[in-house]
Design a protein around this ligand. Structure first.
Ligand code: PMP
Length: 406
């Protein structure tokens, strides 16, 4: 029996009944719920501090700037960045990855260069590279997955060459829940002179993150999947690479000097933050990091892994259920199908019992093709879930089978 890691009273939404049932929220991989402290940080900011950052010298503007920069410093420390200037605020993982492809990729890739990635990537870590390849004449090379969906290093090696410029992988798959061997792949990428880009959308919320130990050159993640607000995310990059890259959004606050014909760029991080940032979102993400650190990322890692592995085991034991990826090790997500029943119908029966899961292709169509399915159901767990929620998942699955065979 695995209890929730936190007091459920911290999460106001979990007190809301759904269709007459207790809300069993198993869709945190899509977006997590928010603790009261994060919600309060947004209200406090708008009620007491709201002003634009970096522009004015009045009290509110200074306090607002200090609060946003404090959040940046906190996030830098949370991922062990070398300094806060390496932490760029974006709208989320998708914008961060697109920015890397534009800012670094457009500048440094040429015809014939190669980008190595896996077929399990979320479309956010796939289409920016397709587009970069189309713009520059580079080509994509795919690491062949093992039959259970994991990545073997010899398959990575097989795709590397002296033309490899970028290697990119998700640290945790949003469908299979598997941990990819980021450090090893980063070392291999560096050996051929490539950079390592990591999609941390599903790893940063669940695992201690150390960008230096990881060997990454860039890391992208989203605030909303780690208890923070929507509309805020992070692009972390080594400062030498961010310095060498070109900005992609031009306008206010990202410049050093402007005349009629030309402009020069501000220092990091401002160079990549043209326009008014999502100040409240950044502060809210700082509050989310405080909450996560209070619970402890190592405890969260263990919890997400235990729940995902328990759910896998119990689902796989039910006749007519297919669960995707290896039973273990895995974290946070479990994708499955009920034979003969479309995952949307599965999710609908679940919802009628208050159990929120995701159904669809999970923005990973190439992986769906490999699994030979159009879609799956997906349950995902976080620090407010417990074995009681796995019980609800299993009961809802049994009920779905009964409902459709009646
Ligand atoms: N990569 C992965 C692995 C994801 O799970 C997600 C979110 N579904 C994304 C990228 C995109 O994140 P966002 O929509 O927050 O930009």
């Amino acid at each position: 029996m695995i209890p929730a890691l936190v007091d459920l009273g911290d999460f106001p939404i979990l007190g809301r009944p759904i269709n007459g049932h207790r809300l069993v929220y198993l869709d945190s991989a899509a977006t997590s719920q928010k603790p009261r402290s994060v919600i309060d940080s947004l209200i406090y900011y708008y009620e007491t501090t709201n002003a634009n950052v970096l522009r004015s010298v009045h009290t509110l503007a200074e306090e607002s700037t200090v609060a946003m920069e404090a959040a940046r410093a906190k996030i830098a420390q949370f991922i062990n960045a070398r300094g806060p200037e390496e932490v760029i605020f974006t709208r989320g993982t998708t914008e961060s990855l697109n920015t890397i492809a534009r800012a670094w990729g457009d500048k440094f890739l040429e015809t014939g260069d190669e980008i190595v990635l896996s077929p399990m990537e979320h479309h956010s870590n796939l289409i920016p590279w397709q587009q970069l390849a189309a713009r520059t004449g580079a080509r994509l090379r795919y690491i062949e997955l093992e039959p259970d969906g994991t990545i073997a290093l010899n398959q990575v090696q097989a795709q590397l060459s002296d033309r490899t410029r970028i290697v990119t992988l998700s640290a945790v798959s949003n469908v299979l829940g598997t941990f990819n061997p980021i450090r090893e792949v980063a070392d291999m990428a560096h050996q051929v002179g490539a950079i390592m880009v990591v999609d941390g959308a599903q790893s940063v919320p669940h695992l201690p993150t150390d960008v230096q130990a990881m060997g990454a050159d860039f890391l992208a993640f989203s605030g909303h999947k780690m208890l923070g607000p929507t509309g805020i995310g992070i692009l972390w990059g080594k400062s030498s690479l961010l310095d060498a890259a070109d900005p992609v959004v031009f306008g206010g606050e990202m410049i050093a000097y402007v005349d009629r014909e030309s402009a020069t760029w501000a220092e990091l991080p401002a160079k990549f933050e043209g326009g008014t940032p999502h100040i409240a979102g950044a502060i809210g993400l700082g509050a989310a990091v405080d909450y996560l650190q209070k619970v402890g990322m190592s405890r969260i890692a263990l919890h997400s892994q235990q729940l995902a592995e328990e759910a896998y085991r119990r689902l796989a034991a039910i006749e007519g259920i297919t669960v995707y990826g290896p039973p273990a090790p895995r974290t946070s997500v479990v994708a499955f199908n009920v034979t003969g029943i479309h995952p949307h119908d599965v999710a609908q029966v679940f919802d009628s019992r208050g159990v929120a899961i995701r159904a669809g292709h999970h923005c990973a169509q190439p992986l769906m093709h490999l699994l030979d399915v159009g879609a799956t159901a997906r349950a995902s767990f976080y620090l407010y879930n417990s074995s009681r929620d796995v019980d609800a998942l299993i009961e809802a699955t049994e009920e779905t089978k009964r409902y459709f065979t009646r």
